[in-house]
Write a protein that binds this ligand. Sequence first.
Ligand code: MRU
Length: 344
Amino acid sequence: MTAPIRTVFWENEAVVMVDQRALPGEERYVRCDDYRRVMAAISDLTVRGAPAIGVAAALGIALGARSFGNSSWEEFRLETLRICDDFARTRPTARNLFWAIERMKRRLATLPPDPARAGDLLLAEALSILEEDIEVNRRIGLHGRTLIDDGDAVLTHCNAGALATAGYGTALGVLRAAREEGKRFVVYVDETRPVLQGARLTAWELAREGIEACLVTDNMAGWLMKLGRVRKVVTGADRVAANGDTANKIGTYSLAVLARHHGIPLYIAAPRSTIDLSLPDGTAIPIEERDAEEVRGFGGLRWAPEGFPCFNPAFDVTPADLVSAIITEDGIVSPPLGENLRRL
Ligand code: MRU
């Protein structure tokens, strides 16, 4: 049995995370003993994936709050709220980040006015968020595996695995769960330009578990479908609006259009903490734009002319009508997504 991947955890008064920028070449860990280092790690993709950045932020908030353990209660409270606001500026799209920050703020509001004790209780809350995320992913897996058939061929995009969560994964959690019940299938892994979460991270996760997989570049998906080699598309999500419109890694929308054209179902695996009922539809989802250098090259190699104009949205929004179902920890939500998400 392969050892579980430790994406982000708490150790000796620090937030520790596997450095996802270095994978798969090197498995190294980054130790953050200052909350500002956790913020930087979220922004620079040391830790990435919607649930994982929520967990990292919760631990980072606890870390920051604990550094005010000797302050007055008012200072502790105000500084902790300021740290929450700082974390909210790290990345705009993933709902889980804001969900985790709100949960830490709610906990803060209930704490006894004793900074040292409150610091411990905030850490306990962050650790619960971490533990619950793994449990939630397992439940997503149990529901989602009913959609995977023996002999299937599944295309996935980006990394929605253990590395994108506290452990186990959402889209890859579905595949892990299907595998655990003995189903055999092949996973096509989109490389996922510009920063290659598929080629580097999903491929690494699947290889270490011996799940049969095949890497393709993003522009091969259509032809793969035309050849009849893809039966299902399963991805994660960064934010789902009330009507079911789904933001996920750039390229998901193209896959959704291709899948519809070829009569292939697209399933989104996401915890309830990704669903944002406050936004009526996907037009209200903030889409992060990242540094143009990510498009001009990768890993120190630049293949485009220096300074060449680029567009680099990190996410796109797939309209609800292209989504066949959303797999959550509380069951599979089928169309009409808006109505059924509200019921959930
Ligand atoms: O920019 P990233 O790597 O944070 O984007 C991640 C994704 O788009 C994932 O598909 C999404 O967060 C779901 S992870 C369970």
